[in-house]
Ligand binder design. Structure first.
Ligand code: GLN
Length: 483
């Protein structure tokens, strides 16, 4: 039962082969049995899950239908869930029970999805390895000595290990696509503004975007359908109609123009990954796509720009965690300043503190122009590169990551080494574009992802290309041994 995709579950529920309650119980038992190896969950919500599953079964019995009605999922633990701990992977929020549901959580619940729990993540979504969580590192089900990617590593590991079919995630600089690549999943970062950020604990507000992590493009279409749409509570949410993503999966790729940036195949890319990307290009050519070499000349500046802008926004967003209103408060403060200092010093981990300091420095008088403003100018150049490229091509293709999942601890002593791994993903966040990662093969038994980028609001195009690719390849069907 645990092998089923969301699409298969929807068919099984519609055909009354099993109930949502039965399926939910099977998956909860599987999580209890197998998750100790992975550490992919921070909280399990068994009672809520059974209650939601029963309600979904009752709605189906009353003649209602819908692809998410009775479908088990989990939420990355930065989506607020009313009355349930919402930790953001931090000691700071270990005691925080959200007073309301995030829009994404509320929308999916209304569609009938069943919440099995809250998944582990890098603290405040800062990281690419899921090692900065206060709840401990998450393991990659493909090799328990390797990281699953981050920051949505818990969602990725859980879905890859077949603990559940799909989960929500967020992507500020790659945190949906990179863990998807590291665990053989399909993950989609939507256009900035497509999915509401209301109730999604902010890391870098101008870059954060929620999206689906699942095993197939077909399932990402189902989950995105439940997440996307205008939200008056989020001033950056965009009032554009949401297309029927599942209905759009049947288009032929005949004549599709795929741009391959020459900058992507530089010295930093593992040659074995380059080879797999070439294979996926050949596969798409067989399906009728036309390949064109393009250039993204400002790509080299993207990492330094991102690692100024994201910490700058984080330093501002995280100032609300002061020991007064939310979360951790130190014992016996001597005065207000002592309360702030010790609550924040104790509540935040090393990586979060590093970024708050970098961000506060970049925003301070005298340095603002030199760092923050410069970074914003680079951001515009990165966007302009994409706009020029999309005049010539329909999608852009390349690797999701320069290397496969590294060993746990391998990059802990050198944060910049981890930052460099984000080279292919962060440009889409800087420009606000949608991007998808899908399985493209293996290197040393570890999964490799191919990334597709599209113009604004062309999530449907990404999902269709990935679906056509998945109809003709079987990488996405491979299961990690032991799960
Ligand atoms: N690795 C990037 C960072 O640490 C991206 C994280 C994310 O997308 N949340 O900022």
């Amino acid at each position: 039962m645990h092998q089923m995709t969301l699409a298969e579950i929807a068919r099984g529920l519609a055909d009354k082969k099993f109930s949502s309650e039965e399926l939910t119980k099977v998956l909860l038992a599987r999580i209890t049995q197998l998750d100790p190896q992975l550490n992919s969950f921070i909280s399990l919500t068994e009672d809520l899950a059974i209650e939601q599953a029963k309600a979904a079964d009752a709605r189906r019995a009353n003649g209602e239908s819908g692809a998410l009605l009775g479908a088990p999922i989990a939420h990355k633990d930065l989506f607020c869930t009313q009355g349930i701990r919402t930790s953001c992977g931090s000691k700071m929020l270990d005691n925080f029970k959200a007073p309301y549901d995030a829009t994404v959580v509320a929308k999916l619940a209304a569609a009938g999805a069943v919440t099995l729990g809250k998944t582990n993540m890098d603290e405040f979504a800062m990281g690419s390895a899921n090692e900065s969580s206060w709840y401990g590192a998450v393991k990659n089900p493909w090799n328990l000595e390797h990281v699953p990617g981050g920051s949505s590593g818990g969602s990725a590991a859980a879905v890859a290990a077949r603990l559940l079919p799909a989960a929500t995630a967020t992507d500020t600089g790659g945190s949906i696509r990179q863990p998807a690549a590291f665990t053989n999943l399909t993950g989609l970062k939507p256009t900035y503004g497509r999915v509401s950020r209301w109730g999604m604990i902010a890391y870098a507000s101008s870059l954060d975007q929620g999206g689906p992590l699942a095993r197939t493009a077909e399932d990402c279409a189902i989950l995105l359908q439940g997440m996307a749409g205008f939200d008056p509570n989020d001033s950056t949410s965009i009032d554009e109609p949401v297309p029927d993503y599942s209905a759009g999966l049947g288009d032929s790729l005949q004549g599709l123009r795929i741009g391959v940036p020459k900058e992507y195949f530089s010295a930093g890319l593992d040659p074995r990954i380059a080879e797999l990307i070439q294979n996926s290009i050949r596969q798409l050519q067989k399906l009728g796509a036309v390949i064109k070499e393009i250039s993204l000349p400002n790509m080299q500046h993207a990492i330094p720009a991102y690692y100024v802008i994201a910490p700058a926004e984080a330093s501002s967003n995280l100032s609300r965690f002061d020991g007064v209103r939310f979360g951790h408060r130190c014992e016996n403060p001597e005065n207000l300043i002592d309360l702030y200092k010790r609550s924040r010093g104790e509540g935040f981990g090393a990586e979060v503190q590093r970024r708050i300091m970098v961000g506060a420095y970049a925003l301070s008088a005298g340095y603002y122009d030199a760092y923050y403003l410069k970074a914003q100018k680079i951001r515009r150049l990165v966007k302009n590169d994409f706009m020029a490229a999309f005049n010539e091509v329909d999608i852009i293709l390349g690797p999701t990551t320069p290397n496969p999942a590294w060993k746990l601890g391998a990059k802990n002593s050198d944060p910049v080494a981890a930052y460099l791994e984000d080279v292919y993903t962060i440009t889409a966040n800087l420009a606000g574009l949608p991007g998808l990662s899908m399985p493209a093969g293996f290197v040393d038994g570890l999964p490799v992802g191919v990334q597709l980028l599209a113009p604004y609001f062309q999530e449907g195009r990404l999902l269709n290309v990935a679906h056509q690719y998945q109809l003709n390849t079987d990488w996405h069907t491979r299961t990690p041994t032991g799960f």
